[in-house]
Ligand binder design. Structure first.
Ligand code: HEC
Length: 458
């Protein structure tokens, strides 16, 4: 036992509870399963069933002992812990009863009568004990943490607030500080496990502090226990987070310091605080105030349903780029019998502003048709591999300056198109494999468009 002098023996063994506890669950489920099989197939599995209950009950006793050791640590939510403890103990007793009764079932009237009631009871207890045990280890929100809002509401949980990342409207606590606590601290500092009697879940609890009193002194990070804990040396035993969990990043630590120094407000907007250039960098690091991409800045009304229907009737595939976006992606299958025509494009152009992705790969496109594509002013991705695009055609689409992705694989364009390509200043990916553009031509493009990656096969 000399090894354990410096460690917590109870905790050492107690932690095995979480593993061992699966044995009684497994054996009891097995017993019930055998029961159902023997009813259905009319075979006698009584011996197997009674022993499954016995092993379930014995491993239950073992789990209870380990569980009590684990609970001696004391930082669990008391109600949840009590429900878990007593349902677990009762379940084990019922499993023992079932073991004895199962074999007497035929002979004794009372055993026959009580048996189904006890089976139902053991299953119900298993569920309640299991669910509360899960809440103790993972937090009661664990099960529905990623559920859609309607399901969360049914489970009695607050709907998730969509995190605001726009600098002007983000809130300093809700959008910057709270997500940090949630991801790095609240496995241990939320309702089911208030380690150190401290909850970091909401304004009131945070200001209530923990077992050593207040953890935040508004306006003074250096005097705040919470700040002290996160800036200790990671090897210090009071350093937070403990137990080798992922520590806060430098930026997260600086944001917490800034938030406390600026008064630890729970309702101010980020922009109501003093933001130095350094803080701006930290904010961007956690995703606040990033520059929006061209697509994110587009704020367009949805195209009307009848227009979409008319476009579909022409054989185009058209749909929102994601979920309920008003921006559209369009494709036309090269395997369709009716080939694409200028008339069809005219119909498509009714949704002109909203189309941002277009896939016309492997279609035979005439020059007059390509010329019309120049009107898709917000186009960001264009796939036109193997479409017979010539230098004349390329000239017709040089106005698509928001293009970030352009695939021209297998088209007969030459260095004559360099001037047009170099006008596409937003390009990030350009596919020029199997075109007639020369090596000097490629170099010329890379000189002009430094942001672009050219995929050329050379
Ligand atoms: C793995 C579990 C765990 C994680 C994660 C964790 N803590 Fe703790 N925390 C504890 C335990 C256990 C205590 C009580 C023992 C102690 O005071 O050191 C504690 C105590 C504290 C206290 C002192 C409370 C008081 O009044 O004495 C503060 C402040 C604190 N934690 C802040 C944090 C912050 C901030 C984070 C996230 C960066 C965090 N903790 C993450 C386990 C954890």
């Amino acid at each position: 036992m000399i090894f354990f002098l410096e460690t917590n023996v109870y905790q050492f063994f107690g932690r095995f509870h979480a593993i061992i506890v699966h044995l009684p669950i497994g054996f009891i489920v097995l017993a019930v399963l055998f029961e159902l099989i023997s009813l259905k197939k009319k075979t006698d599995l009584n011996l197997a069933i009674s022993y499954a209950y016995l092993v379930g009950a014995l491993s239950g006793v073992f789990s209870i002992i380990l569980g009590l050791m684990l609970a001696s640590d004391g930082d669990y939510n008391e109600t949840t812990l009590n429900i878990h403890k007593w349902t677990g103990i009762t379940m084990t007793i019922v499993a023992f009863l079932l073991f004895f009764i199962k074999r007497k079932q035929e002979a004794l009237f009372w055993a026959r009568k009580s048996y189904p009631v006890l089976v139902t009871l053991v299953v119900a207890l298993l569920f309640v004990a299991g669910h509360n045990g899960g809440s103790l280890t993972h937090g009661s929100d664990y099960l529905f943490e990623h559920a859609p809002n309607p399901i969360r509401t049914l489970a009695g949980m607050k709907p998730v607030r969509e995190r605001v990342i726009d600098l002007d409207s983000a809130l300093v606590y809700e959008d910057v500080i709270h997500p940090i606590f949630e991801s790095k601290c609240n496995v241990c500092h939320s309702n089911d496990k208030a380690k150190g009697d401290l909850l970091l879940t909401d304004a009131e609890s945070i200001m209530n502090g923990g077992e050593s009193g207040a953890v935040i002194v508004g306006g003074n990070a250096k005097e705040s226990e919470l700040y002290r804990r996160i800036t200790l040396s990671p090897t210090h035993k009071e350093f937070m987070p403990t137990e080798g969990r992922t520590p806060l990043s430098k930026e997260e630590t600086m944001l917490i310091q800034w938030w406390i120094d600026e008064g630890a407000s729970f309702d101010k907007k980020v922009v109501e605080l003093n933001i130095s250039d350094r803080m701006m960098i930290c904010l961007k690091d956690v995703g606040i105030g990033l520059e929006k991409t061209f697509i994110e800045r587009l704020d367009l009304k949805a195209v009307e349903d009848n227009v979409i229907a008319a476009i579909e009737a022409q054989g185009f595939k058209i749909k929102p780029i994601t979920g309920n976006s008003t921006l559209l992606e369009v494709a036309y299958s090269p395997y369709r019998k009716d080939s694409i025509t200028s008339e069809k494009i005219e119909v498509l152009l009714q949704a002109r502003t909203n189309i941002v992705w277009l896939d016309f790969s492997s279609l035979n496109l005439q020059v007059d048709l390509i010329a019309k594509l120049g009107q898709l002013e917000n186009l960001v991705e264009l796939r036109m591999s193997n479409t017979n695009l010539t230098d004349v055609g390329m000239k017709a689409i040089e106005s698509l300056t928001h293009l970030e992705y352009l695939n021209l694989y297998g088209n007969p364009i030459s260095d004559v198109s360099l001037e047009s390509l170099n006008k596409l200043s937003s390009l990030q990916k350009l596919y020029l494999w199997k075109t007639n553009i020369s090596e000097e031509g490629l170099k010329n493009i890379k000189d002009h468009l430094q942001e672009v990656t050219v995929i050329s096969g050379i």
